[in-house]
Design a protein around this ligand. Structure first.
Ligand code: SAH
Length: 396
């Protein structure tokens, strides 16, 4: 096995269980590791620190174990069982009214580079590292053992997430399909609401599982309100609001595919008579909204900043968007506003929303601070894993 020897005093973050080794911390590479190989990491004075996947790039090693140099043959079984135990503890595995959840959330489950979402027996696998991509067969076999008869399929959807520079054969497709399982979509349940999930054609793994609890919160506030759901994707927030007695909901997304799924989801749950669909740019749409028309708005845009360099522009974009929403919402109205950019932290986001509120000169209270749910787990040693943040605002 190849060895990575760190520069002097560069072992500290690993001793605090942070799961990345940056290339700048490396003094010497012994052996000739291929991308995706498991390598062991040593301090300058020869102490074993960790073993993990090697990759060319700024993050050179993603740690899989701080205990052992050689990962045992049951490594994937053990790690998936640990991840499953967390979902059980959170009441998600085998819940009567929810049959979809994130099983593996990268660093949050001590498996950097790996995402697995579970949809009623279909696991969607996304490798974000070469090591995880190369391990996909072994991980699929461990999923078969974990779920047994419940497993319908494992679908590899790494073509948009695995590092393309590594020259991998990035073609999405099934790693496993139970005999007779041919479906291309499923109707899953989330808190008892029905949603169609299309894992091959949909965005990300097919559904935004990370908004489950925030959708339930929108439901709590929705009765009797006129709701605008901006950046609605497949209409998660819309269905919850309608189910809890919203007077009317308008949903807006720029993706035509998403909007056709919104219509199907709203109809599936029996609410088509109180719903309007708009395939449009959310900011343009908001511009045309008369002041006071809506008294509950959801603003859940895609990540405006995908890397640090884009941070300033992203903060300005959050400010503009939130000023438009806060400015238009009816007196006594609510705005649920989110950011899923990892590089925009809670404080920076709150500051952007604060500036937006000040721009409108309206009196705004923060009723709640919103987060990602338990199955999008955050390792205490890797706070960067906290990416979804939001505020519930009351606007006078
Ligand atoms: N709220 C959704 C997830 C939102 S993801 C849910 O609960 O599932 C962000 C969405 O914004 C995507 O569906 C994307 O198609 C849409 N989008 C991106 N840019 C947009 C724009 N300028 N106007 C409207 N929608 C946009």
């Amino acid at each position: 096995m190849s060895k990575i020897i760190l520069k002097k005093r560069r072992e500290e973050s690993l001793l605090r269980f942070h799961p990345w080794v940056f290339s700048g911390a490396i003094a010497q590479t012994v052996g000739n590791p291929a991308e995706g190989d498991v390598v062991s990491v040593y301090s300058a004075d020869g102490q074993f620190l960790a073993a993990g996947h090697y990759q060319v790039g700024s993050i050179a090693v993603r740690v899989l174990s701080f205990e052992t140099e050689v990962l045992g043959p049951d490594f994937w079984d053990v790690m998936l069982a640990r991840a499953y135990a967390v979902r059980e503890a959170a009441g998600l595995a085998d819940a009567p009214d929810t049959d979809c959840y994130r099983l593996v959330h990268g660093e949050g489950d001590s498996l950097p580079g790996l995402i697995i979402d579970y949809y009623q027996g279909v696991c969607v696998f996304q490798a974000h590292s070469v090591g995880m991509f190369r391990a996909k067969k072994a991980i699929c076999e461990a999923l078969c053992r974990l779920y047994g008869d419940r497993l319908k399929a494992v679908y590899d959807k790494s073509s948009g997430t695995a590092p393309f520079k590594a020259g991998l054969d990035l073609v999405d497709g099934y790693l496993y399909r139970a005999p007779g399982f041919e479906s291309k979509e499923l109707t899953v349940l989330e808190h008892g609401h029905k949603f169609i999930v299309d894992w091959t054609e949909g965005q990300k793994t097919g559904f935004f599982l990370d908004q489950r609890e925030n959708r339930a919160l929108v439901g709590k506030y929705a009765a009797g309100r006129n709701v605008l759901n901006l950046f609605c994707y497949t209409g998660g927030f819309s269905v919850y609001a309608l189910a809890e007695g919203a007077q009317h909901v308008d949903s807006v997304d720029s993706s035509a595919k998403a909007m056709s799924l919104v219509d199907r989801n709203v109809a599936l749950n029996g609410f088509a008579d109180r719903h309007g669909s708009f395939c449009a740019d959310a900011i343009e749409f908001l511009r045309g909204v008369p002041e006071g028309k809506y008294d509950l708005m959801i603003v859940d845009p895609p990540a405006f900043a995908k890397h640090r360099g884009a941070l300033d522009n992203a903060l300005r974009a959050y400010q503009r968007l939130n000023a438009a929403a806060i400015g238009k919402v009816a007196p006594g109205g609510l705005v649920f506003t989110f950011s899923c950019s990892q590089v925009v932290d809670k404080e920076a986001f709150a500051l952007a929303v604060f500036s937006a509120a000040a721009q409108t000169k309206r009196n705004v209270r923060i009723l709640d601070r919103l987060n990602q749910p338990a199955d999008h787990s955050v390792s205490i040693y890797h706070p960067e894993g906290e990416y979804l943040k939001g505020l519930l605002l009351y606007v006078e």
